[in-house]
Design a protein around this ligand. Structure first.
Ligand code: ZN
Length: 251
């Protein structure tokens, strides 16, 4: 469930995207190929056996690539500053950001340990990109009344823009693939990370209930019975049991 605040139109981000010219020459998008190309010209014998002088890559290559990386990371800054909307809707002061939420999900994937037939590294990667499009579209929640298909379309377009800022290439394609896998719930890793998304949210809800003296039932009700994996079910049960225990102590 999306929780953080939706941002308005975000002209700055769009300006950034429009400004960004294509920066990376095709050969630079494949570091392995570039390395091979450089190796091939460095110190290899030239005509008559004399070594060919070392040739640096074209002067624009490294700065261009660095420029794309920093543009992308600057865009991702919004993930750190955009607060999750569900908490804002419940008047939680100083709530977590989208990045906070994704970071703890990545930790969940890390500490879950090795599960049968599950690629843990892939889970960590999915966790850190699954809400990345929110850097542009913000956090769209059910309270916004936007149909699921339209939400997905906006996020897909945002993701495409972000990958363009990154300069395209295999890493951008990987990010897109990971995001789509999560969006379509199309692998065991995506199933698991979807469960972590909900566990992270109810754990955060429990923490806010304790810190702010609130009752945040809706987060527990909306996730009940929706966990797909054994570890998701057991971690959610643990959070719910602690909540019940806390309620008993208060009485
Ligand atoms: Zn999430």
């Amino acid at each position: 469930m999306a929780v953080s605040s939706r941002m308005p139109s975000q002209p700055a981000a769009r300006g950034l995207l429009r400004r960004t010219p294509p920066r990376i020459l095709p050969v630079e998008r494949a570091p392995g190929r570039l390395a091979l190309a450089v190796r091939a010209v460095s110190g290899s014998p030239g005509p008559g056996g004399s070594p060919v002088p070392r040739r640096s890559p074209a002067p624009t290559s490294a700065p261009s690539s660095a420029s794309s990386a920093i543009d992308f990371l600057t865009l991702c800054h919004r993930l750190k500053t955009t607060k999750r909307k569900g908490w804002i809707n419940h008047s939680i002061k100083g709530p977590e950001s989208i990045a906070d939420h994704m970071y703890r999900m990545a930790l969940m994937a890390l500490i879950a340990g090795d599960l049968p037939s599950v690629d843990r590294e892939r889970c960590i990667k999915i966790a850190i990109v699954h809400d990345i499009a929110e850097a542009i579209v913000g956090d769209i929640t059910p309270s916004d009344g936007i149909p699921k298909a339209e939400k997905s379309r906006r996020e897909q377009a945002a993701l495409d823009e972000m990958c363009e800022v990154l300069g395209g290439g295999p890493i951008a394609d990987e990010i897109k693939g990971l995001w789509e896998e999560y969006e379509n719930n199309s692998s065991i890793e995506a199933n698991l990370v979807k469960d972590f998304d909900k566990v992270e949210m109810i754990l955060q809800a429990l923490e806010y209930e304790k810190e702010h003296g609130k009752v945040l039932d809706e987060f527990f009700l909306s996730t009940a019975g929706k966990f797909q994996t054994e570890i998701g079910k057991s971690w959610a049960a643990q959070v719910n049991a602690r909540r019940k225990e806390g309620c008993k102590k208060q009485k």
